[in-house]
Design a protein around this ligand. Structure first.
Ligand code: 6PV
Length: 335
């Protein structure tokens, strides 16, 4: 009974992931035929985490970027919250890396530039991700990366550079200052986690192992990790600048955007601005919606601009995504 609203707009298929109080199902949007991921959260199980989930949903609503999994639709019922999200057909980056053992420096660079783009954008919106790891990075059908977040990211009070205390994220990828329970700066801990991710891309393994035994966490605290002999000097230098134990010595995202290693083979610095601003709407998609819903373009434009993350928002965003992938944006007549 609780699923009747979501089943009005989507066909639900198999479960593709499950975490603490949420599970993710593959689904298809009936109007556009597009595949989506639907994250189903049990409000009872959420308990007092409900308020922090609302925080994450608000964060998602402000994050519209080519390398972040897009939120399309929010459906709240008495028992559940359904988040309809961008589906990435390539699955987790983690499995992509392990299936190829490790990635070439060129492939790692192309991927890493997309991660830096996403994080620079998240920071520009005043958020810190705080749980960057290969499991939270997905691969889409065009081999582009999409950042997601299963834990909770917080919009730090008073902007990005106020010290945070809550320990979150995964210990193995967490910066030394987080592990030691010190006050930390969100943007600085994200740089450490990106360093761990870059090491994993280049080496196929985690630099500090799973951090299960104490010696590993000692290595992490001292920033010691094994450097494979085949790693290029420029890769080693960048890893060293990111995996600095002292957060004040760590390279900043701003400097990563045009770092020599990220620029090798590229003529432009990493583009971190969004390709999908919330304010400029796509004329063609608006036109298609106005024909389908038999409303004037102005009415449709006003409705979308309210960003209610209802069926209308979802249909617009899915049309926009189809168009970006060169697919025809025709809406199916309701049969
Ligand atoms: C082909 O086989 C496969 C196999 C596996 C997966 C797929 N595809 C596939 N596509 C899309 C998803 C998804 C995206 C976003 C969210 C989300 O909850 N976002 C919230 C969010 O991103 N906040 C946020 C982001 C940035 C900043 C701040 C806040 C939830 C689910 C998915 O999930 C399955 C999980 C399973 C556990 N590991 C991670 C993926 N899976 C496909």
């Amino acid at each position: 009974a609780d699923y009747q609203e979501v089943l009005q707009y989507y066909d639900l298929y198999e479960t593709i992931g499950s975490g603490g109080f949420a599970k993710v199902k593959l689904a298809r949007h009936l109007l556009t035929g597009e595949k989506v991921a639907i994250k189903i959260m049990d409000k009872l199980a959420l308990g007092d985490s409900l308020s922090s989930i609302k925080l994450e949903i608000d964060a998602m609503k402000n994050l519209s970027h080519q390398h972040i999994c897009r939120l399309y639709h929010v459906i709240e019922t008495s028992k559940n919250i359904f988040l309809v999200l961008e589906y990435c057909s390539g699955g987790e980056l983690y499995n992509y890396i392990t299936s190829k053992c490790r990635l070439s420096e060129e492939r790692s660079r192309a991927f890493f530039r997309q991660i830096v783009s996403a994080i620079a954008y998240v920071h520009s919106q005043g958020y810190a991700h705080r749980d960057i790891k290969p499991e939270n990075v997905l691969v889409d059908e065009e081999h582009n990366l999409k950042l997601t977040d299963f834990g909770l990211c917080a919009k730090p009070k008073g902007g990005l550079d106020k010290p945070l205390h809550t320990r979150c994220g995964s210990p193995a990828y967490a910066a030394p200052e987080v592990i030691q329970g010190k006050a930390y700066i969100g943007s600085e801990v994200d740089v450490w986690s990106m360093g761990v991710l870059l090491y994993t891309l280049l080496c196929g393994v985690h630099p500090f192992d799973a951090g299960d035994n104490t010696t590993m966490s000692v290595y992490r605290r001292n920033g010691e990790y094994n450097i494979p002999e085949w790693l290029s000097p420029s890769s080693m230098l960048l890893l060293n600048q990111m995996l600095q134990v002292d957060p004040k010595k760590r390279i900043t995202v701003k400097h990563l955007l045009h770092h020599p290693w990220l620029m090798e083979g590229y003529s432009r610095a990493v583009k971190w601005q969004t390709d999908y601003p919330l304010v400029q709407l796509d004329e063609e998609c608006i036109a298609e919606l106005s024909v389908f819903y038999k409303q004037s373009k102005e009415t449709i434009l006003d409705l979308i601009s309210e960003w209610k993350y209802d069926e209308m928002s979802a249909t617009y965003l899915l049309l926009q995504s189809k168009k970006a992938r060169g697919k025809p944006i025709r809406l199916r007549a309701p049969y």
